[in-house]
Ligand binder design. Structure first.
Ligand SMILES: *Cc1c(COP(=O)(O)O)cnc(C)c1O
Length: 374
């Protein structure tokens, strides 16, 4: 079977390379670039995207778990890889063997990692995560936690068999508009810098890589670039509001598999939420929620065809859904149908689904083949 027969995702590596260069041009020269390729590179294919980033000169990659990191190493990726999320301490031998950097989120974890690394006679490279206001992972160090936070970080970086190469924090509101979000982000950044200063002053220890900027901060808070930036979304062409001239990298494409003609008054798909109001030429497209087309979009969006937009009708099923082609006589069996991409805006589709582009990109499921162009 050719990949482009049922439903597929076209990934433009050229667009990702363009976005990489556009982000590079927007950050101070000399700043390292970490490309976030977790969740299969936001659905774009972690191996292909990582190979591209390695070739064009990125400095670091980040994933969310050990399995994602090993997949990249097994496919020959040599760049440093940072795991942003949880890895159980008994995996330390694997982290060391594959040369993977692990995030350390509290003193107890640091101790476990150190003990395991000592057992296997190796040194584990880590980045220390600071919780400056995301209230997720990381050493608490805001307000009354400042002194304890600094002390705990100093103990962590001094543990045996641990090499604390880096330190980072994550912004909660850097992509939100408004003065409150700005003040919140600036506070997070100030706290981050203050904690690092205190740790370095009190212990004499020096972090080699300090980083904070996700996509929102790369765009709106250039002063947070420090030693390295850490964008994900921007690489895939979203989140810049047009300011960097990014290109969307993924188009989700399907075809028309069947065309039927119904009289007025016919109930379409599960639950009968749509009834034809006129003679209707209805196409069936082979994409459903098991491919990542969220069921919550049912009856609430349009697909793009070479003849124009066709409204989707009735409940989205697991493997297919229906589109109204009555006004589009040029659309026939096997015509190309775009769910999102170059012509059908993913941000608009996300708003209709009550979510964000991140979720729709990550939702494109494993059975949808990725076809690389450019
Ligand atoms: C996912 C993630 C990023 C990338 O976020 P974007 O908004 O896609 O740029 C950066 N840092 C951490 C810790 C993350 O979890």
């Amino acid at each position: 079977m050719k990949l482009q027969e049922r439903t597929w995702a076209e990934i433009s590596l050229g667009a990702i390379e363009h976005n990489y260069r556009a982000i590079r041009a927007a950050i101070p020269s000399g700043t390292k670039f970490l490309g976030v390729v977790k969740a299969d590179a936001y659905g774009h294919g972690a191996i292909e995207v990582s190979r591209l980033l390695e070739r064009v000169g990125a400095d670091y990659l980040a994933v969310s778990c050990l399995a994602e990191a090993i997949e990249l190493r097994e496919s020959g990726i040599k760049l440093p890889i940072l795991i942003l999320g949880h890895t159980p301490a008994d995996n330390v031998p694997l982290l060391c063997r594959y040369g993977i950097t692990q995030t350390v989120t509290c003193e107890a974890k640091a101790k476990e990692f150190s003990d395991e690394a000592k057992k296997c006679g190796d040194t584990l490279k880590v980045h220390i995560a600071l919780d400056t206001g995301m209230s997720r992972l990381g050493f608490l160090c805001g307000g009354k936690h400042f002194t304890d936070g600094v002390r705990n970080i100093i103990s962590a970086v001094n543990l045996p068999n641990i090499d604390a190469e880096g330190v980072f924090t994550h912004f909660a509101l850097s992509d939100e508009p408004g003065e409150e979000a700005k003040a919140y982000t600036e506070n997070q950044f100030r706290l981050f810098c203050d904690v690092i200063s205190a740790v370095e002053r009190e212990s004499g220890f020096r972090f080699r890589i300090k980083h904070a900027a996700n996509s929102g901060a790369v765009l709106s808070y250039p002063e947070t670039a420090l030693d390295m930036v850490r964008p994900g979304l921007l690489l895939y062409g979203y989140g810049d509001g047009g300011r960097l001239g990014l290109k969307s990298a993924m188009s989700l494409i399907t075809t028309v598999s069947t065309i039927k003609h119904y009289d007025a008054g016919v109930s379409v798909s599960y639950g009968g939420i749509f009834k034809t109001e006129r003679h209707t030429r209805m196409g069936v497209i082979p994409i459903g929620y098991a491919d990542g087309l969220l069921r919550s979009l049912s009856n609430n969006f349009s697909v793009y065809t070479d003849d124009g937009f066709a409204p989707q009708r009735g409940r989205i099923c697991m493997d297919m859904c229906m589109v109204d082609l009555t006004e589009l006589p040029g659309v026939n069996l096997d015509s190309r149908v775009e769910i999102f991409g170059e012509n059908a805006d993913l941000e608009e589709l996300s708003r209709r689904a009550g979510t964000i582009p991140y979720e729709l990109m990550c939702s494109v499921s494993k059975r949808v083949p990725r076809v690389y162009v450019g």
